[in-house]
Design a protein around this ligand. Structure first.
Ligand SMILES: C[S@@+](CC[C@H](N)C(=O)[O-])C[C@H]1O[C@@H](n2cnc3c(N)ncnc32)[C@H](O)[C@@H]1O
Length: 208
């Protein structure tokens, strides 16, 4: 069952309404639909792709939005084996199909409709844990766990950092230690990077 067919949770509704509003306001070519700027979006992508050798790898992009990560990988000359983008917002996916015809993406919630163990080499997310929603912390930790299940080699994910001191009322800021405490429970090798922007950090977790 797709997200569109399933009952939406209050958190899904907050997230979908937020991005659909921005999409209507600015259109799919404007970086404000996703991040503050193309530069900050691509800075995050550049760090994410350092998780491992992505050539020939199968990639899952959770919360793919407009699919820009797939274009970024291609522009960086990475010949990944396969790419699947999933998102809970059908408006974003329609815009992604229009922007990148032929992109492999589907409306799917990894929580309600998880993937098989190790179905993808690498699983990514960029910016999906940024909005304040009902139940943000549990939802985020459950999503991280499903991402880890789906990965055979590793997971790369980013978060907005509480250490920035920023205070946007729509944004859920994370302490790196909160994410590390959750990831530690899996007893897998991990790496934290909080060196590329003051308001963002990235965590890599390795399955092998
Ligand atoms: C800030 S945008 C980032 C899009 C893309 N990752 C990028 O950086 O260009 C966040 C996207 O994540 C999606 N999203 C948020 N939570 C999600 C979830 N649990 N599962 C799938 N998509 C989700 C939203 O619908 C939105 O399209």
């Amino acid at each position: 069952m797709s997200v569109a067919e399933a009952a939406l949770s209050p958190a899904d509704e907050v997230i979908i309404n937020y991005h659909s509003h921005l999409l209507r306001e600015y259109g799919s070519d404007d970086a404000r639909v996703i991040w503050n700027s193309r530069f900050s979006q691509e800075q995050r992508f550049e760090v994410l792709l350092q998780v491992g050798d992505l050539n020939r790898a199968s990639i899952l992009d959770v919360g793919c939005g407009l699919g820009d990560f797939s274009r970024y990988l291609a522009n960086r000359g990475i010949s990944y084996g396969s790419y699947l983008g999933i998102d809970i917002n059908p408006d974003m996916l329609d815009a992604a199909q229009e922007k990148y015809p032929g992109i492999n993406c589907q409306c799917r919630d990894i929580l309600g409709n998880p993937f098989k163990e190790g179905e993808f080499d690498y699983v990514f997310e960029s910016g999906i844990f940024n909005l304040k929603t009902p139940n943000t912390v549990k939802r985020t930790f459950d999503t991280i766990d499903r991402m880890l299940d789906a990965a055979a080699k590793g997971v790369a994910m980013n978060f907005v950092s509480k250490l920035s001191g920023n205070d946007n009322p729509d944004v859920h800021y994370w302490l790196p230690s909160e994410i590390v405490a959750h990831v530690e429970k899996h007893r897998l090798p991990f790496m934290l990077r909080h060196d590329y922007r003051t308001n963002d950090f990235t965590v890599f977790v390795y399955k092998r």
